[in-house]
Write a protein that binds this ligand. Structure first.
Ligand code: SF4
Length: 175
């Protein structure tokens, strides 16, 4: 699990990649889920219960650490917050040539797992997306409620669509 010791540990998702992409389709944001999310958030007790259920489910399946801003759809459903360095934009320079984590060498780097899962499901280009920095105020909050209410829009950007400053920082030519 990702939280056994309180520190992030690379976690291999328990669900196959194709299954998770299919499940995401069932949970995709729509008017019904938006209303449901609003109703849940309005009731403090219900929100706490729902968040606890989300935590239990996603911790078991993905090692989720409840950052509240879920990157799973763009990472082959591999949680980047289980990386010991919590890197959200790919592996550090320490990943071994065999794909093992630098910090916990007996475990596979989550970004290698993410690559294998995304690529194997036809979603490899998702890994080109740039993840925004984590908003630490959202830790412990329900990422499903946030997602359904549209708060995840802009959580990642396509560098090709980025503003000129971002494109310059990335060494890309201005559009
Ligand atoms: S909500 Fe955050 S910690 Fe949980 S699975 Fe998604 S990215 Fe990982």
């Amino acid at each position: 699990m990702g939280t056994d010791s309180g520190w992030p540990r690379p976690t291999r998702p328990r669900l196959g990649a194709r299954t998770t992409y299919t499940l995401h389709g069932l949970l995709a944001a729509n008017r019904f889920y938006r209303r449901l999310a609003r109703a849940i958030e309005r009731r403090h007790g219900l929100y706490r219960w729902f968040t606890a259920a989300e935590r239990a489910t996603k911790e078991e399946l993905f090692g989720c650490r409840m950052c509240g801003q879920c990157a799973l759809p763009a990472t082959g459903y591999t949680c980047p917050m289980t990386c010991p360095k919590q890197l959200r934009n790919g592996p550090c320079g320490g990943v071994s040539t065999s794909g093992q984590c630098e910090v916990i060498p007996e475990l596979r780097c989550v970004w290698v797992t993410a690559y294998e899962r995304a690529e194997g499901s036809g979603h490899g280009s998702d890994l080109d997306l740039l993840q925004r920095p984590v908003d630490h105020r959202e830790w412990g909050r329900s990422s499903w409620v946030n997602y359904w209410q549209g708060r995840d829009e802009g959580l990642w950007v396509d560098p090709a669509d980025g503003p000129p400053l971002l494109r310059r920082e990335l060494g890309l030519s201005p559009r």
